[in-house]
Design a binder for this molecule. Structure first.
Ligand code: EPZ
Length: 437
């Protein structure tokens, strides 16, 4: 397992190209199961989570081929650090998503809707929990049941079938106790695209990743309206066809690097991001005192040294994303005054608090809320990565801290940040990746 050794007190300055969105690519790759023809995807990042999903659809009978990039430079619409990805179903025989894959990447659940819609059968290992809390899938199965699927749980697997041969559309409410479900919305939207008749999803998630997947389905011949709003209307079609699509930029990577500029009192030019996808993050960072400007697909971020304390509560989109909560907390741990961070989506998502406190932060948890007393500076320390975004927060803290920080188990970071040390070192960070002894 690799570790990062990070020299602190570095000030970031320069340009970073934002990669394609992990959280858009994962369900979009699964959409390849829904047609017998080839789909070609551009901008899919090279990440371990993407590798897991490609391995999974390979086991489900898809041929996957990643072309070499035509150029290392920016292509029209986004960075072509990686070549286009071709996906084509060759066999529909195996319908089982094995636990070995699902346990490492719970987004595997997004093959459930496509498999039921296209093949009428799916066996998907129950994802179980992860570092940020229980990851139930009851909203996924409830929505698919309303379309006519039946489910039973056997030996840790969800076994889904479509007894009447084809799913049937209906009007349904899809929200849960913590609000909408992103992957649940995508699963049911995918299934409804091939169902008989009209489906109306009320209480749908509005995240840009839902919109992006809906855009691809429409290119494949689906009839979808309202994707990206709380009410999605889908008119089922008999089949979907070949399509080509570029995934949206990764708004969470972009937000992470916006915080990186702020926490190091640096100046970053972030290319290929869509600031409209980060309006709540911009709102909170400007309240902290960070200057953010944009022109076309580029964001200019720099921070006045004095960081104001703020309050922030994570919300479903367009609210402040839970996936940037840890990163913002790292920023708020340096400065004056007391900030209040409340996590409404995953109430246990505070594994970064103990590690930040090891670096001299003064953060106290009170249930779903963390009270952050700003300190003058953090100190380098040995800390442990735990989940993807908590680990990113530790990298940010380490770049600002006095002294050197060692972060173990950085495989968590490799799940969701493409070439993170290369990108940050190119703008002034001093991050060394070392193999664990
Ligand atoms: C997606 O996960 C993202 N992952 C997560 O990003 C992100 O944190 C999350 O949405 C919220 O924005 C991908 O897109 C691959 P949810 P998802 O269903 O869809 C509860 C990252 O760091 N819930 O929107 O699985 C759930 O417990 C990852 O990149 C149910 O109760 O999240 C949570 O409290 C982490 N029943 C809330 O809803 C269900 O059936 C939102 O979860 C499903 C969810």
């Amino acid at each position: 397992m690799d570790s990062f050794i990070i020299r602190g007190q570095t000030r970031l300055k320069g340009k970073i190209e934002i990669s394609g969105s992990k959280n858009s690519s994962l369900p979009i790759v699964a959409t390849g199961l829904m047609t017998d023809e080839k789909i070609t995807l551009h901008g899919v990042p090279r990440l371990s989570d993407i590798d897991s999903m490609l391995k999974l659809i390979g086991e489900l009978g898809c041929h996957v081929y990643r072309h070499e990039p035509k150029s290392k430079s920016v292509a029209e619409g986004g960075p072509d650090l990686n070549g286009p990805l071709d996906i084509q179903v060759e066999s529909e025989k195996n319908c089982e998503a094995r636990y070995d894959i699902v346990k490492t990447m719970r987004a595997s659940i997004c093959v459930l809707g496509p498999l039921l819609a296209k093949r009428g059968k799916a066996v998907v290992a129950l994802p179980g929990g992860c570092a940020i809390g229980d990851r139930p899938v009851d909203l996924h199965t409830r929505g698919l049941e309303k379309l006519g699927a039946t489910f039973r749980i056997e030996n840790g697997n969800i076994i889904g079938e479509v007894p009447k041969g084809r799913l049937k559309g209906c009007r349904m409410y899809l929200g849960g106790a913590q609000g909408p479900t992103v992957l649940g919305t995508i699963n049911v939207m995918c299934a409804a695209a091939l169902a008989e008749g009209e489906t109306v999803l009320v209480g749908a998630a509005c995240e840009p990743e839902v919109t992006d997947c809906g855009e691809l389905l429409i290119k494949m011949g689906a009839k979808i309206k309202g994707h990206g709003s709380p009410e999605i209307r889908i008119e089922g079609v008999d089949k979907l066809h070949a399509a080509e699509h570029r995934v949206i930029p990764d708004r969470i990577e972009c937000g992470t690097f916006m915080v990186a500029a702020a926490i190091t009192n640096g100046e970053l030019e972030l290319k290929h991001c869509n600031l409209d996808h980060l309006i709540a993050v911009v709102d909170r960072l400007e309240e902290v005192g960070v200057k953010i400007e944009r022109s076309n697909g580029t964001i200019y971020v720099n921070a006045a040294r004095r960081l104001n304390p703020i309050e922030m509560t994570t919300q479903p989109y367009p609210g402040f994303p839970t996936d940037i909560q840890a990163q913002l907390m790292a920023l708020l741990s340096i400065g004056d005054g007391m900030s209040v961070v409340t996590e409404r989506i995953f109430p246990d998502r505070f594994l970064h608090v103990g590690e930040l406190n090891r670096m001299g932060a003064k953060i106290r948890k009170e249930g779903p809320t963390a009270i952050v007393h700003g300190v003058k500076e953090l100190q380098g320390a040995s800390v442990m990565a735990s989940d993807l975004r908590a680990s990113a927060a530790l990298v940010l803290a380490a770049m600002a801290a006095r002294g050197t920080t060692r972060i173990d188990r950085v495989y968590h970071i490799d799940r969701g940040y493409e070439k993170i040390e290369q990108k940050l070192n190119a703008v002034g960070a001093q991050i060394e990746r070392v193999k664990a002894a």
